[in-house]
Design a protein. Sequence first.
Length: 99
Amino acid sequence: MAGDVLAMFPEAYPNVDPVYTPKRGLEESSPFLPGFASIVDLAQSRRGEPIPVIPMGFAYGRGERWRITLRCGPALYRDPTQSRASFVESVQSSVLELS
């Protein structure tokens, strides 16, 4: 459907929830789970066209109140010749640069 958007957090654990995250600090990142790449593949096969993946990174600031800055990067596209692992790595790398 044209104009639909799906937001995912492939890392699966937010930094602001210390109870449920295995991370030990704000700078640490967990490996991205590859399920989002499967969803991209399925959407591309159903639509018959490339699906943009927009990497976004959160930058956190502590203080009396948390401050969160959202940074958006350029769209990435899953190349059918690219391995799923390589695609997941490239998305994670982009997100880490933005965070």
